[in-house]
Design a protein around this ligand. Structure first.
Ligand SMILES: Nc1ncnc2c1ncn2[C@@H]1O[C@H](COP(=O)(O)OP(=O)(O)OP(=O)(O)O)[C@@H](O)[C@H]1O
Ligand SMILES: [Mg+2]
Length: 235
C-alpha cells in the first residue's frame, strides 16, 4: 500500500532522513515514534506530498513520488492521503457537517455529493447525532473525530496522523486509537494509518511500531524502545 525506499532529506547541513525504508500494508495501523527532532513530521510531510525529499522514492497506491515538489503531487494530497493534526484544524464557524463537506468540495466533489459523503463519514466516527454542532459545542475528542471524518471522507486509502492525541485527555486519546483500529480493520473498506505519537501506551495499541532514530526507521517493540522490562518497570 505505502512503501518508502531510501528516502533522504536534509535541511542545509542537517541530515534529517538518511535513507528511510518502510512499508505500511493495507489495513495496518503503524505507530511511528522517535526523539523530538528526529524527523517524524518531516517524513510524514514528504509522504503526504507537502514537502519534497532529496533522494529515494515513495510508492503509494501505484503512484511513485518522493523528490517531486508539492505542486507535482496535488493528486496525492487530494485523493490519496488524509491528514490528522494535533490541533484538529477545524473551521470555527462551520458545523461538523460543513467542516467535512467543504474539504470534499475543495477536492472537486459536487456540493450535494459532498454533503452526503460527509454525513456518512461523521456517522462512521460516531457523530451522526452532532452534524450541526460547531467545534465550540463539541468536546476535544469529538472535534478530533470531526477531523478524522474529514480525513477519511473521499475514500483516501492512507491516513497520516501527527500526534493526533497530543491535545486530548487519556480517555479521549484511547477512543481515537480505538476508532483508528476500527477504520484499519474494517472488513469492507480497510485503510492504512501511519501515526506519530510520543505515548508508548497508545503506540502499543497499534499493529506495529517503528522507531525513527539517527535518520532511519527500525522495527521496534514498545518495551525495548523505552527501556522497559517485561513488567513495564524501567530497567
Ligand atoms: N523547514 C525546515 N527548515 C530547517 N530545518 C527544519 C525544517 N523542518 C524541520 N527542520 C529540522 O529538522 C529536524 C526534524 O524536524 P521534525 O519536525 O521532522 O522532527 P519531529 O521528529 O517531528 O520532532 P517532534 O517530536 O518535536 O515533533 C529538526 O531538527 C528540525 O529543526
Ligand atoms: Mg513533529
Amino acid at each position: 500500500m505505502l512503501e518508502v525506499n531510501g528516502l533522504t532529506k536534509s535541511f542545509g547541513s542537517l541530515h534529517v532522513l538518511k535513507g528511510v525504508n518502510m512499508q505500511v500494508e493495507k489495513g495496518e495501523m503503524v505507530a511511528l515514534m522517535g526523539p523530538s527532532g528526529s524527523g517524524k513530521s518531516t517524513l510524514l510531510n514528504i509522504i503526504g506530498g507537502l514537502l519534497a525529499g532529496d533522494g529515494g522514492s515513495i510508492t503509494l497506491d501505484n503512484r511513485t513520488y518522493g523528490k517531486k515538489g508539492p505542486s507535482s503531487v496535488v493528486d496525492v494530497r487530494r485523493s490519496k492521503v488524509g491528514w490528522i493534526f494535533q490541533d484538529f484544524h477545524l473551521l470555527d464557524n462551520l458545523s461538523a457537517l460543513d467542516n467535512v463537506a467543504i474539504a470534499l468540495e475543495l477536492s472537486g466533489i459536487p456540493s450535494n455529493e459532498a454533503v452526503e459523503a460527509a454525513e456518512v463519514a461523521l456517522t462512521k466516527v460516531g457523530l451522526g447525532d452532532r452534524l450541526n454542532f460547531i467545534p465550540d459545542q463539541l468536546s476535544g475528542g469529538q472535534q478530533q473525530r470531526v477531523a478524522i471524518a474529514r480525513a477519511i471522507a473521499g475514500n483516501r486509502p492512507v491516513l497520516l496522523a501527527d500526534e493526533p492525541t497530543g491535545n486530548l485527555d487519556i480517555a479521549s486519546g484511547k477512543d481515537v486509537m480505538k476508532l483508528f483500529k476500527e477504520l484499519c480493520h474494517d472488513e469492507t473498506n480497510p485503510i492504512s494509518i501511519l501515526m506519530v505519537t510520543h505515548d508508548p501506551d497508545l503506540a502499543s495499541t497499534a499493529d506495529r511500531m517503528l522507531l525513527l532514530n539517527d535518520g532511519k526507521t527500525e522495527a521496534s517493540d514498545i518495551r525495548s524502545a523505552w527501556g522497559l522490562d517485561e513488567d513495564g518497570e524501567e530497567e
